[in-house]
Structures are given as structure tokens and as C-alpha cells.
Write a protein that binds this ligand. Structure first.
Ligand code: ARG
Length: 600
């Protein structure tokens, strides 16, 4: 057995973004660049940058498009590709090189995949896939951001799921991540709520379930206001609500106290629910937290830069000069109160001053595309050069998300429903169900993964319709299927716990020759690259699609590569292969925010 060693052969790190010890693909790219640079006077560094993953493993693992590296040179690219291809040396890292038109395709040597990469994955464990590309930069990620006393709708659910994933991803890539929840916790609705609480409030109910109770009150009092308006043309309650909100804005003690209570209790409850999704926040900010003088400063700045016009007493900014579709934006109402957009402008500036972010991501539904475009444009007009570091990660709508009893209003309801439905599905298989130690807990985790996978499966901009039956199925590409794939691998490890794979140097990987296993390893080698792609596109579906590919390939391997009943060396090598596969599934699921289950 030849001994390859990632640690020894890494003579140099060609570019700062290359991490051969952490990412086998980087190492292979460096080897390819070294070889290719012998045929042309191009820096290996430059060549490395041009090497891409193939779209399809049928085309090899990596590809160099000659038009990219020889763009200034006048030569017959096809002939050059053919000539280089014949002369490039095959070795323990690259087993095959083929020319396809002006492209050169490379295949990674299975020897490297097994002898180097399997041990590499197993020793990196939970860190396989992490690359220190962020260099300690700071990303502020704002996500979920529900409105107190209003429903937690599907848009908030998607923001929560996608934002949770992005936070994990950035962290894995060496960024400092500030997770922020920007609550809708300000505005006239709090006046309405306070008046409603005086009429219908119940301290016990509030303490027990603040989110539901406040919503109940909000709905009831709004009806009362509507009725008053219908019957009397105006509403006494509404006037009182307006007065309460004015008191709030003026910082009146009692008003602030009541509002603080609503806010704090709601946050407490949210925190509990987010925990079920493995999500926590560094900051619970919110519209209420934007300082009044920060808003005033924005206003003055806009005046100084002559960006504001008067329109029937209201102050507006005309953004049509920047882009017609951006329209005119009201920045201050005629009664002097601020607006959603004004608070957002001031909040962005405050966040920059407080967290010095290098990138700020807003995970908000595409219904607010215009709002965020206007926000970014206003900041640009105010000459904040960091406007370029703002990103809107948007997403489409969810149709038909409801429980059996009716429409879903809160995150809790969705998660409970997922758990209960999952329990029903699981209990149909009596035999297996009896073996699960804590069925409620497992059902909760699988139910949640069903909801999450369906949400992250398609391109985020697409709408999708919610279908309980489909997402809870163990067949097809669903959350439960992914959990099943993980737990099956875990049970192979458990059943064979007598086989020791901790001494990686004692494993004879040359015993694995099956093409199915080679394909599996080629897939596993791509995991860090998959994450790299995601950090560019902010598309969780890239990870989801990849994990299903791995799960399918593992299941293909089961048919041929058994562990039990094999001689010890073969069993050991195969078990290590399965352990590496489980590690990758585990890492991928965890980064998505899913807790992988070991038994189900
Ligand atoms: N609370 C808002 C809503 O539910 C979402 C907040 C989005 N973030 C922001 N900075 N505007 O519509």
C-alpha cells in the first residue's frame, strides 16, 4: 500500500484561499496546476483559479477550460488540449486525463480518495467542510423578525429556516456571525393591543402563552374597533389606542412598562420555540430599539443633502431619479411620526456603528424586494460606502400551510403539527416504534426536518405549496428519508462496534475497488466545495440536493459492500467508508439546522 499523506505533500499553499489540508479538492487542484504550468508560462496560482468542478461525475471530477487560461494566446485550443492531455503525468492523485474539445477533464485517483480522504474526513469529524475563508470578518444576519401580536406567517418561517442555515454556514467559514432578530414591536398596533388588554387581558393567560393571548386580544379588539366605526362613524377605542401609542413614543412610564412586559414575555416564548429549531439569537433588536435621535439624524442628513421634498405635509424622497421603479418614499408622516423605512435606515447605520459588520444580510420575503431596494438606495444616496456590503436574501411564498384544525398562526403550531403527524406515521410501524426509546422526541426531530427540508429543497425564490403527506413520507427526497439514511448508517456502526476503525493507519483501503464506492467517495470529496458555492449563492437547496445524492449513493453501496460476514480487513475498510459517509450527512444536516437522529 502506498502511503499518501495530505500533511506531508502539502508543500505550499498556492493561494490564500486554498486549504489542501482541509479540502482534498484544493490539494488536487494544486497538483493539476503544477502539472499544467509546465506546458505554459502561466502561474500555477492563476491556473488553480480556473479549475472547476465538473457538473456531472461522468465528465470526471475537475475540468480546465482552456479558453479561460489561454484567453490571450492565439492557438488551436482543441489541439492544445489534446497535446497536454497526452503529456500530463498520471499519478497517485490523478488517475485519468481526457480532452473534450477545448476542455481537459481530470479524474481523482481512487487511491487518494480512500487512503487520504476517508481518514481526512474521519479525523476532521464535525469540522469537515469548514474552511477559514471568512478571516474573522463579521457578518450580521437578520432573520425571522416576526411581529408581536400578529401571526407568525410562512414568510417568517422561511426567513427563520434560511437565516438559521446562513448563520451556521458563515460561522463554519470563519466569519463572526451576529444573529439578529428585528422584531416588529412598534407602531399603532401596540396602542390597540394595550386598549385590548385593558378590556380582555388575563394575566395568567399572558404568562402562560403570551404570543397566543396577545394575538387573541388583538383580533378581538380590532373587531370592536371596526364595529364602533361601522355603528358610530368613529371609534372611541381607536382614539384611545392612538393616545397610548403617542404616550409610548413620548416615553410615558406606564405605557412603556406594559409594552416592555408584552415584549419580554413574547421574546421568552420565541426563544423556546427557536430552540427546537437549533436557533438562538445574539440580539433581539426590533423596530422599537431604533433610537429616536438616530432617526432624527437621518432626517437631518437627508435635508442637508437636499434629498427631501415636502408633499402635503409629509416628507418624501424621490428615488425615481436613481431608478424609476423605486418610486417616491414617504420618510416622515405629516403628524411627525416615523415609518418602517425610516427606522430601517437608522437601524442599518446603528448596526454598522455597533457591530462594524463586513457584510449584512437581510433574510426577508420577496414581497419586500422594493422596500429593501429603497432602503439600500437611500443609504447609498447618504454616501455610506458600506452600502455595497448589504445583501437581501429573498424567497418566495408558501401556499396552503395549515394544521388539521385550521390555519396556522404560530411557529409553535407548525412544529407541534409536524410532530403529531410524524408520530401517527411512525406508530403505523408497530414493531419499530416499540424499539424507540423516546418516540415523542424523535418524532419532533423528524417532523421538524420534514418541514425544513421541504422549505430548503427548491430555489428559494420559488413559491411552493405545503403538503403534509408528501413531506412526512419516508419515500422520495424528504426530511424523514434523510434522517432514515443517517440512522441506518449509524446502526451499521453500532452493530459493528467490535471493529476498531480509530487507528486509521491500520486500515487497508486498497481492498475497496467497487465503482459504487468510488462514486460515493468522489461525492464526499465535494462537500467543502458545495458549501463554498452556497456562500456565494445563499441557496440552501445546493446542500439539500447534494445530501440526497450522497444518501442515494450510500444506499446503492449497501447492496454490494457489506460489512457483516466479511474478513476483518475488508469489514474495517468498508466500515470506515460508511463512517465517513455518515459524517458528511451529519455535517450537512447540522449546518442546515437539522438534528440528525441515531435511531428511528
Ligand atoms: N417584521 C417585518 C415583517 O414581518 C420583517 C422585518 C424585515 N426586516 C427589516 N429590517 N425590515 O414584515
Amino acid at each position: 500500500m502506498i502511503k499518501l499523506n495530505i500533511r506531508l505533500i502539502c508543500k505550499r499553499c498556492i493561494s490564500s484561499a486554498s486549504f489542501p489540508r482541509l479540502n482534498g479538492i484544493d490539494l488536487i487542484k494544486e497538483r493539476i496546476a503544477d502539472k499544467v504550468s509546465k506546458f505554459c508560462d502561466i502561474e500555477p496560482n492563476e491556473i488553480t483559479k480556473s479549475i472547476d468542478l465538473t457538473n456531472n461525475l461522468d465528465k470526471g471530477d475537475l475540468i480546465i477550460p482552456l479558453p479561460k487560461i489561454l484567453k490571450d494566446k492565439k492557438c488551436d485550443l482543441k489541439a492544445t488540449a489534446k497535446e497536454w492531455c497526452e503529456n500530463i503525468k498520471r499519478d497517485d492523485y490523478i488517475s485519468n486525463v481526457t480532452a473534450s474539445g477545448p476542455f481537459i477533464q481530470f479524474e481523482i485517483n481512487p487511491k487518494f480518495l480512500f487512503q487520504e480522504l476517508v481518514p481526512n474526513i474521519l479525523s476532521l469529524g464535525g469540522n469537515y467542510g469548514s474552511l477559514p475563508l471568512g478571516n474573522d470578518k463579521t457578518a450580521l444576519i437578520e432573520f425571522s423578525s416576526p411581529n408581536i401580536a400578529k401571526p407568525f406567517h410562512a414568510g417568517h418561517l422561511r426567513s427563520t429556516i434560511i437565516g438559521g442555515f446562513l448563520s451556521n454556514l458563515y460561522q463554519k467559514f470563519g466569519w463572526n456571525v451576529v444573529r439578529m432578530n428585528y422584531l416588529g414591536d412598534w407602531g399603532k398596533q401596540f396602542g390597540i393591543l394595550a386598549v385590548g388588554y385593558q378590556k380582555y387581558g388575563d394575566e395568567n393567560k399572558l404568562l402562560k402563552n403570551p404570543i397566543n393571548h396577545l394575538f387573541e386580544i388583538y383580533v378581538r379588539i380590532n373587531k370592536d374597533i371596526e364595529n364602533e366605526k361601522r355603528d358610530f362613524g368613529e371609534s372611541e377605542l381607536d382614539k384611545r389606542a392612538k393616545k397610548f401609542f403617542r404616550d409610548l413614543e413620548d416615553g410615558q412610564k406606564d405605557a412603556i412598562e406594559l409594552w416592555t412586559k408584552f415584549r419580554n414575555l413574547s421574546i421568552e416564548k420565541y426563544t423556546e420555540t427557536y430552540k427546537r429549531l437549533n436557533i438562538y439569537y445574539d440580539v433581539y433588536s426590533g423596530e422599537s430599539q431604533v433610537a429616536k435621535d438616530a432617526i432624527e439624524k437621518v432626517h437631518l442628513n437627508l435635508i442637508n443633502k437636499s434629498l427631501i421634498q415636502d408633499s402635503n405635509g409629509a416628507q418624501i424622497i424621490d428615488l425615481t431619479e436613481s431608478e424609476k421603479a423605486l418610486g417616491k418614499v414617504v420618510i416622515k408622516k405629516s403628524d411627525g411620526t416615523s415609518l418602517y423605512i425610516t427606522r430601517d435606515v437608522a437601524a442599518a447605520i446603528e448596526r454598522k456603528e455597533t457591530y462594524h459588520f463586513d457584510r449584512m444580510i437581510y433574510v426577508v420575503a420577496s414581497q419586500q424586494d422594493l422596500h429593501l431596494k429603497q432602503l439600500f438606495e437611500i443609504l447609498r444616496l447618504l454616501d455610506y460606502e458600506w452600502t455595497d456590503s448589504l445583501v437581501h436574501v429573498n424567497f418566495g411564498m408558501v401556499q396552503g400551510m395549515s394544521t388539521r384544525k385550521g390555519t396556522v398562526v404560530f411557529l409553535d403550531n407548525i412544529l407541534e403539527e409536524a410532530k403529531n403527524q410524524m408520530l401517527t406515521v411512525m406508530s403505523k410501524s408497530d414493531h419499530k416504534f416499540a424499539q424507540i426509546e423516546n418516540p415523542e422526541y424523535v418524532a419532533d426531530l423528524i417532523g421538524i426536518s420534514a418541514v425544513m427540508i421541504q422549505d430548503m429543497q427548491g430555489k428559494r425564490i420559488n413559491n411552493y405549496s405545503f403538503n403534509w403527506e408528501r413531506i412526512l413520507s419516508f419515500e422520495g427526497d424528504t426530511g424523514p428519508y434523510l434522517q432514515y439514511a443517517h440512522s441506518r448508517l449509524k446502526s451499521i456502526e453500532d452493530k459493528n462496534s467490535n471493529i476498531n476503525i480509530t487507528d486509521l493507519s491500520a486500515i487497508n483501503f486498497s481492498l475497496i475497488k467497487e465503482p459504487e464506492a468510488i462514486t460515493l467517495m468522489r461525492l464526499l470529496s465535494r462537500y467543502p466545495e458545495v458549501l463554498k458555492k452556497c456562500i456565494e449563492t445563499h441557496e440552501p437547496s445546493t446542500v439539500v440536493t447534494y445530501l440526497f445524492k450522497v444518501a442515494h449513493q450510500v444506499s446503492t453501496c449497501y447492496r454490494k459492500l457489506w460489512v457483516s460476514g466479511q474478513d476483518e480487513d475488508t469489514a474495517m475498510a468498508r466500515l470506515a467508508l460508511y463512517a465517513a459517509s455518515r459524517q458528511v450527512l451529519h455535517n450537512g444536516m447540522t449546518i442546515l439546522g437539522i438534528t440528525p437522529v441515531d435511531r428511528m
